[in-house]
Design a protein around this ligand. Structure first.
Ligand code: BDR
Ligand code: CA
Length: 359
């Protein structure tokens, strides 16, 4: 299996995405780093432990379930670390309005049975080993320890940890096979503001930094903006265990149903479809089965589009400002002779247009 590092802010869809990765034999999850985003970093980290706790309950109740998570084991534990609790630049924002104050629909209070007994991060855990390092340091440690080009970073939240890693040790970071990220919005409206997607909004400085490095050829970044992820919806009726169904939910079904039920209610309140957008799972889906696929990379790679990220605009923070003037690497600069002919212009007359308008 291909090794991946998941950087994440669980977060309701993050949990589904991590479970997807853990149930996919194509990838080995070497490290998971928590970052602020949907809620504060200590809580996104504890949600991660909560997910593993409920996975353990699932295995205990149903030994067959182990086969569906072939690489989750107490012998070879996944490393986990706590990362940054705020952006590289600008004010901190969290998405608790959607994910709940604890990042998981507040089930810590409403459903205490889904929380593991209180423990410190450094305590012994069944399937994970806590690394007492900053998130970005832990990312670099893994990239340093593995052969160059063999580990991908799959980022499902604000890019803060990833940008810190790339900035602190560019040489080691260049060993990454690729960075896969869920974030941004190019030709569709944002979900946090009219123009910005949440992960991009939460730390636009981080994305802007990484984008600059990518443009210099430092490493490869493939990302799934809202344009791609929003259309991938799963109806809640397929995601939730039916309350009046003939069978009892398994522990994992009970856990996911508990936090997704509130999200379903929230969507109904906002008049949104009765289905959940699979933002983070789409990024994992790429990482598990479609790595390096030329067709996908053509559509997803930042090279396909010319844009810059707004870092601190008054109303445009986190916006991907796409150059729609027809300037891209394949067509060259705008106002090529052919385009101009179509408009009945020559290069010279086009160049004077603006001046005449003003005169
Ligand atoms: C992204 O923002 C978060 O709320 C989700 O977990 C996802 O990573 C979607 O915009
Ligand atoms: Ca996320």
């Amino acid at each position: 299996p291909h090794k991946i590092i998941i950087d994440t802010d669980p977060g309701v869809d993050d949990v589904l995405a991590i479970l997807l990765a853990l149930s996919s034999p194509e990838v080995e999850v070497a490290l998971i780093t928590a970052v602020f985003g949907n809620t504060h970093a200590p809580m996104t980290f504890s949600n991660l432990l909560k997910m593993y706790y409920n996975l353990g309950l699932e295995f205990a109740a149903n030994p067959e379930a182990r086969k569906r998570f072939p690489l989750v084991s107490s012998e070879k534990k996944t490393l986990v670390a706590i990362g940054e609790n705020g952006p590289i630049g600008g004010e901190k924002h969290v998405a608790t309005y959607f994910h709940g104050p604890d990042g998981l629909s507040n089930i810590g209070e409403t459903h205490p049975e889904f929380s593991p007994p209180p423990s410190k991060p450094e305590d012994e855990h069944e399937f994970v080993k806590f690394v007492p390092r900053k998130g970005w340091e832990a990312i670099l440690d893994v990239l340093r320890a593995e052969p160059a080009g063999t580990v991908s970073v799959v980022a499902l939240g604000p890019l803060t940890n990833v940008a810190w890693a790339a900035r602190e040790d560019p040489e080691t970071f260049a060993r990454v096979a690729e960075v896969v990220w869920m974030g941004g919005a190019l030709d569709v409206p944002g979900n946090t503001s009219p123009v910005a997607e949440f992960n991009c909004f939460a730390d636009p400085y981080a994305f802007a930094y990484l984008l600059d490095e990518v443009k210099k050829g430092a490493f490869r970044l493939v990302f799934a903006p809202l344009d791609i992820t929003s259309p991938h919806m799963i109806p809640f009726s397929d995601l939730l265990h039916p309350a009046d169904g003939p069978t009892k939910p398994t522990p994992l079904q009970a856990f996911t149903t508990s936090f997704l039920t509130r999200v379903r209610g929230l969507q109904a309140k906002f008049g949104l479809p009765d289905a959940m957008e699979m933002h983070d799972p789409v990024a994992v889906w790429y990482a598990i089965g479609n790595r390096g696929s030329p067709e996908l990379a053509a559509g997803w790679s930042v090279k396909g589009r010319q844009f810059a990220v707004e870092r601190n605009g008054e109303i445009t923070r986190g916006m991907c400002v796409v150059d729609r003037r027809g300037t891209d690497e394949s067509t060259g600069n705008r106002a090529e002779d052919e385009d101009l002919k179509g408009a009945g212009l020559t290069k010279e007359s086009a160049a004077t247009l603006g001046k005449e308008d003003k005169a």
